[in-house]
Ligand binder design. Structure first.
Ligand code: ADP
Ligand code: ZN
Ligand code: ZN
Length: 833
């Protein structure tokens, strides 16, 4: 940039652009002379890419060296006066691309809210040399109508489609193009539309006493116009402060009551008032919040001091505080301190929808200086948050994983709450990044402190804290008098043997639910399967309905009267007789949340029961409504999937039931113990907050399972030590880094061959690295794609990670050049979860 500022404005400049395409390079464009004084890094600009496509890119740098192999095309337009992306962000995008083996363009695509990206719209115009008089062609009636319209103005595809009442324009446009009557082109549209408001103010000539008096004289006989005038002066006391006229009053407010629109129109016509438009925010307007007074407890205060002490020597600190220990209150205190010192703060949450309670609490403290950033927001709202950080309105943002991409320039503190949560990891599409890990890098770039918090930290973070790589602070007791729940196992095998269970309900659970309800207290039942029954089968021949697209069995959903695939959404009716043996003894087996809800209704007919899972929260505010009703006490029993385990804080829950712990503990994955431990501990944490000590009942057929022992005896530390030893022995994270490669193809053979080929190539390219596979994953076919997995294990202390990764990338490229397998899709997932 400096070079450029001193340069002659007639110099020829070239700009390197980052474009949202999966090609790992920057693209060079020529800067037109008239943009020489305006161009700088971080601005968005529009360029042509390929023959017809128009893309928005970000300018990364500017220089005077023309490209050698081709003639650079001109930049078409600049969209911003000031940068919307800063150099730290660009560095972060590049880091993510290198680390997660994708392109910076893909990262940019994930980073920018859609409202800041441009779309190009396909347009049609008349060929300038077209003339009805000389044409030899015949035109259909529709073609004639269209060309006549186009002679007025160019039209977009969508407008033409409405105009002609045609869904498919292909043939008519093809015909008109071949007759050289029309030209197709792409027009760029800005997606973000600022929200505006119509305002009214006095014309500047009337802002004096004398002028106003004259106006009132002339209006004496026109009471309706006089009323408008009076109302205006009441809303905007311009005589006391002439400045108030500048902002005017919103037309909507002025017109309220018995003020007539036509009188206002007359006053505008007579130039006494003027109408104008201002851009207003979609986000919440200023409100006065009552600041709740919190004083940290003694233990919290010590923890907070310890965190600050850790930050003196460690950039990252792990706060391990049991559920209900008041981590949020400590965060709030730290956030205030950081904001007061003048820096920005980012507070990451795994899923905002599931944490509305926390956001509400933060809002009470930080009001509208806090920005909220998540996927349920509209694009336009997201753009406003982005801009709010650029212009300084927001010093503090609470958001989901994509908020690591926001244009911070001065972060002082990043909090990653529930750092163990796997929704921090993006699965599809690239970049497959882990927001917690990106937050660590982001923190480094800003010299900011990073606080990881959880009641059940990931094994990786716990280990790093023990190794003194992170600072480590613990909170061992709940806030106030609230006690940890009593944990009781319901032994399903012995209940079944003694025939005391009913269906999959233990007598113990049913009895305790009854007692809890009798005391007017609430119950949460957790079952990590949605739908009615996870399995359907024929009692006579054992037939099980499978998805036609995936290698999984279908789940029966009663309210949809269908069997559904949870991988691809495929749906089929429940057959009345078996397609193989014609028997009509078709059974639904096992309990999903739907069946659980139904049976609970039979057992507890006076109780109000609600279900919270993917199916009941799909509708807007579905989640909020269920929480609100449970919070208000309108619901007695809440049944749900892992959604009920997250970040909820209720006063009157004194019983939590874990309906089936066995499936969680026996899932074939090296993390399944960790997950089971986290889920059960988290859901148990919902029991007995505030004044009642709660109970947790865990139904299991493996009462001596080690995981349950750790939970039963509250020996978390031991769980972590055992798990760490196990990971060490089998070389899993944190002792190794994993890179998973998935090869996909609709032809099983191609998928198989490509994965074999790739494994061979990798064995040669990275000979001393452990490569497992190729092998079929547990679910080997999804959406008609056959999958093969390859797992690469890299020792944690291996120094040449970057080198290894580039060899992996080139091995993949090499395989994809082979004719027989080039149609395979190869997906790389670094640090899979
Ligand atoms: P955690 O996030 O560690 O599970 P929370 O921050 O949700 O715990 O706190 C649990 C409950 O205790 C919340 O209702 C919170 O308002 C209350 N609480 C915690 N600390 C304090 C405090 N210092 N003063 C008042 N209430 C507190
Ligand atoms: Zn059968
Ligand atoms: Zn399917």
């Amino acid at each position: 940039m400096e070079i450029f500022e001193q340069a002659d404005s007639r110099s020829t400049f070239f700009a390197e652009l980052l474009l949202p395409v999966p090609i790992p390079k920057l693209f060079t464009y020529r800067v037109p002379f008239n943009l020489n004084d305006k161009i700088k890094p971080g601005l968005r600009s529009i360029v042509q890419f390929g023959d017809r496509k128009v893309l928005t890119g970000i300018i990364i740098n500017i220089h005077e060296t023309p490209p050698k192999e081709y003639e650079a095309k001109y930049i078409l337009e600049l969209l911003d006066d000031e940068p919307i992306v800063n150099t730290q962000q660009i560095k972060l995008f590049q880091w993510i691309a290198d680390y997660y083996l994708c392109t910076a363009g893909e990262v940019m695509n994930a980073a920018l809210p859609a409202g800041l990206k441009l779309s190009s719209e396909s347009m049609v115009q008349v060929n300038p040399s077209f003339d009805w008089g000389t044409t030899l062609f015949e035109y259909s009636q529709k073609e004639e109508v269209l060309v006549k319209h186009l002679q007025q103005e160019p039209l977009s595809y969508s407008k033409i489609s409405t105009l002609l009442g045609l869904k498919n324009l292909y043939s008519i446009l093809k015909s008109l193009v071949s007759k050289e009557a029309v030209i197709l082109y792409e027009e760029v549209k800005e997606k973000f539309k600022p929200k505006t408001e119509k305002r009214i103010r006095l014309s500047p000539d009337y802002i004096s006493h004398e002028a106003l008096e004259k106006v009132f004289e002339t209006l004496a006989a026109k009471p309706k116009q006089e009323a408008v005038m009076l109302k205006y002066l009441q809303l905007a006391p311009v005589l006391q402060d002439a400045q108030t006229n500048k902002n005017g009053v919103s037309k909507k407010n002025l017109l309220g009551g018995d003020i007539s629109e036509s009188s206002l129109a007359t006053l505008i016509k007579n130039s006494i008032f003027e109408e104008f438009e201002v851009v207003i925010s979609r986000l919440e307007s200023e409100e006065n919040y009552a600041l709740p007074d919190i004083t940290l407890s003694e233990e919290q205060r010590i923890a907070q001091t310890d965190i600050l002490k850790c930050f003196e020597t460690h950039a990252t600190t792990l706060l391990h505080g049991i559920t209900g220990s008041g981590k949020t209150e400590i965060y709030i205190d730290l956030i205030k301190k950081a904001i007061d010192s003048g820096s920005q703060v980012l507070y990451l949450l795994p899923e905002i929808a599931l944490t509305t309670q926390i956001v509400q609490r933060l809002k009470k403290v930080f009001g509208t200086t806090m920005g909220v950033y998540h996927s349920k927001f509209s694009d336009n709202e997201r753009v406003e948050v982005w801009n709010g950080i650029l212009n300084g309105r927001f010093k503090f943002v609470v958001g989901v994983r994509s908020s690591v991409f926001l244009p911070f320039d001065n972060l002082g503190l990043i909090i990653v709450d529930e750092e163990h949560d796997i929704s921090y990891k993006q699965q599809e599409p690239a970049p497959r990044y882990h927001a917690r890990d990106v937050a660590l890098v982001l923190g480094q770039m800003h010299h900011a402190k990073v606080l990881l918090g959880s009641a059940t930290p990931s094994v990786e973070s716990f280990y790093l804290a023990q190794q003194n790589k992170y600072g480590f602070v613990q909170l061992h007791s709940r806030y106030g008098d609230s006690k940890l729940p009593q944990i009781i196992l319901a032994d399903m095998s012995s209940e079944r043997r003694n025939k005391t269970s009913k269906g999959d309900f233990s007598r113990l659970l049913l009895k305790t639910i009854g007692e809890t309800l009798a005391q007017q207290e609430q119950v949460i039942i957790f079952q990590n399967r949605r739908g009615y029954s996870p399995l359907v089968n024929c009692e006579d021949c054992g037939w099980v309905p499978k998805c036609v697209n995936c290698s999984v069995s279908l789940t029966y959903h009663q309210h949809r009267h269908a069997m559904v695939c949870h991988y691809c959404g495929y749906k089929e009716l429940l057959p009345s007789s078996c397609p193989t043996c014609s028997s009509n003894r078709i059974l639904t087996v096992g309990y999903g949340t739907e069946k659980l809800e139904e049976e609970l209704k039979l057992h507890f007919q006076n109780a109000t029961i609600q279900r919270m899972d993917f199916d009941t929260t799909r509708v807007k505010s579905g989640y909020e409504n269920i929480i609100e009703q449970f919070e208000s006490g309108a619901t007695d029993i809440l049944v749900g999937t892992q959604m009920v385990t997250k970040g909820l804080d209720f006063d009157r829950v004194s019983l939590v039931g874990v309906f089936n712990a066995d499936r969680m503990m026996h899932f074939p994955d090296f993390r399944s113990y960790e997950r089971a431990f986290q889920l059960i501990t988290q859901v148990s944490g919902r029991a007995g907050r505030r004044d009642t000590a709660g109970k947790v009942i865990i139904q299991t057929s493996h009462t001596d399972h080690p995981i349950l022992n750790f939970i039963l005896n509250h020996t978390q530390e031991e769980f972590y030590q055992t798990e760490i030893a196990d990971r060490k022995q089998h070389a899993y994270p944190p002792f190794a880094r994993l890179i998973e490669i998935v090869v996909k193809h609709s032809d099983k053979k191609i998928s198989y061959n490509a994965s074999q080929e790739l494994t061979e190539t990798l064995r040669i390219a990275i000979p001393h690295t452990k490569i497992l596979g190729p092998g079929e994953p547990v679910v080997a076919k999804i959406r008609n794609q056959y999958l093969m997995n390859i797992l690469i294990k890299i020792p944690r202390d291996s120094g040449h990670l970057a080198d290894l990764k580039s060899k992996i990338t080139s091995s993949i490229n090499k395989v994809l050049q082979q004719k027989e397998v080039r149609s395979a899709r190869i997906v790389v997932d670094v640090d899979p979860v």
